[in-house]
Design a protein around this ligand. Structure first.
Ligand SMILES: [Zn+2]
Length: 170
């Protein structure tokens, strides 16, 4: 058994909207997903890595398209995590280009954020349509991206979200 989540996060990992804006965004998000089991604004003190959970597959270079070595990625994540993901800059091993962990090509889509709108069991397929995402962007005043994730249910219905066991890939 697993639970599905749709998280809407700012492209800028540090972005946190004001309480009023969060409230409007949650209300609009709830209207878009009337079948969802729950809709929440989730806020963390520090930047978190938000991944696709069980669906997490590969990480590739956004510039040359090479699939990145999971050990390299895992080490880069460990280093960034020591500073609570405040500095996501990396030099890519494939083509020696400068990029950030947030700009890598994650399959499935993943990202870094302190703030997320989160729908549990959204029951709509996977992602919001572009016009709906744009409506949320204008409420939140910032570009957004969508992270769909699937997490295994624990015994009592608890699920693990928002946190990847960095370093588990080796
Ligand atoms: Zn590259």
């Amino acid at each position: 058994m697993s639970s599905e989540f749709l998280s809407i996060i700012p492209v800028d990992p540090r972005y946190v909207p004001t309480a009023d804006v969060q409230e409007s965004a949650v209300a609009a998000f709830a209207r878009m997903l009337p079948m969802a089991e729950s809709i929440d604004a989730v806020m963390h003190r520090e930047i978190r890595f938000i991944d696709a959970g069980m669906e997490f597959e590969t990480v590739s270079c956004p510039l040359c398209g090479c699939e990145l070595d999971p050990v390299w990625w895992s080490d880069a994540m460990d280093t960034a995590q020591q500073n609570a993901f405040e500095n996501l800059e990396v030099t890519l091993p494939c083509c020696d280009s400068a990029s950030t962990l947030n700009n890598l090509t994650y399959r499935m889509p993943s990202g870094f954020a302190r703030f997320a709108l989160q729908a549990r069991e959204p029951k709509l397929g996977r992602y919001l349509t572009v016009d709906k995402l744009q409506a949320l962007e204008s409420i939140l005043g910032t570009p957004l991206k969508q992270i769909w994730s699937q997490h295994r249910k624990r015994g009592n219905g608890e699920v693990r979200t928002g946190r990847r066991a960095v370093g588990s890939g080796r």
